[in-house]
Design a protein around this ligand. Sequence first.
Ligand code: NAD
Length: 290
Amino acid sequence: MKIGFIGLGNMGGPMAANLAAAGHDVSGFDLTAPMPTGVTKADSAASAASGVDVVITMLPNGAILRSVAAEVIPAMQANAVLCDCSTVDVDSARAVADQAALAGLGALDAPVSGGVGGASGGTLTFMVGGGADAFATIKPLFDIMGQKSVHCGDAGAGQAAKICNNMILGVTMIATCEAFALADKLGLDRGKMFDVVSTSSGYSWSMNAYCPAPGVGPESPADNGYQPGFAAELMLKDLRLSQQAAGSADADTPMGQLASQLYETFVEAENGQGMDFSAMLPRFEKRGRD
Ligand code: NAD
C-alpha cells in the first residue's frame, strides 16, 4: 500500500519503520523528528497525504490532530482512509471522522496500548472505532504494527476503550503503590507482599506485570530509577481525557477523578514530570497520614 505517516516521534517513528520494513511505500512528515529507516521524507503533511491509500497520524493531542486533519483531508484521494492512532479526546476523534466522511473518505480512531517497546517490536494492541470497511482495509497494517486489533464500534469507540482502560490503570497503580507504602509501615516484607498479592484477589497488571517496588516481581521501571516506561505526565493526559469524557457523558467516576488529581499534583507540584507513573510509590513512602 501507499501510506502517508504524519507524526514520527517516539511511537510513530518505529511504527512507520515497521510498515516500510514490511514492504509498504511510506512517505512521512514531522515538524522535528528524523525520518525512520525506509521512510521517504515529504515536505508537508498535505504532500505526505496526497496520492496515498492510507494516512496514519500519531500526534500529541486532539487540537493538533484537528489542525493536521484540516490540512490533509482535502489532499487525500477518494476512498482513501484516514487512521488516527494518537490518544485524543472522543469529541476530536468524532469531529475528524465527520469531516473525513463529508470528503468521501474512510476514517478510524485507533489508539494503541503497548508503549514505545510495543511500537518498536510490532506488538501494539489497537482499539479501533469507525466503519467496518475502513477497519478491513487497515487490518493488515495493524497486523504489522501490532499483535492485536479490536474493532470496538463506531467513530470514537477506540478512544473510549483507551481512556477507560487507562483510567483503570491509573487507579490500580495508585492503589498498588499506596498498599506497598502501608505494607512498609506495617513491617511487611515487600517480596512477601508481592508473593501474596500477585496470586490473590488484589492482583492486577500494575502489581503483576509492572510492579512499582524495586527488586520485586518482574523487571520494571522501578528497577531503573523510575525512568519511563510510561511517563506520569502521559498518565495524567489520559486521566484528564477520561474526566473530560465523563463530564460530557454525565458519568460518575470518583476514583478516576481522584487519580487525575493525584497525578496532577505529582506532575505539577512534586517533581513527578519525567518520572515513570509507578513513581507514585516513593511519593507515598515519603508521606504520613496527613
Ligand atoms: P512524541 O511527542 O514523541 O511524538 C509526536 C510527534 O508529533 C513529534 O515528533 C512532533 O514533532 C510531531 N508533531 C506535532 N505536531 C505536528 C504537526 N502539526 N505536524 C507533524 N508532526 C507533528 O509522542 P509519542 O510518545 O510518539 O506519542 C504520540 C501519541 O501516542 C500521543 O497521543 C500519546 O498519548 C500516544 N501514546 C503514547 C505512548 C507512549 O508510551 N509514548 C503509548 C500509547 C499512546
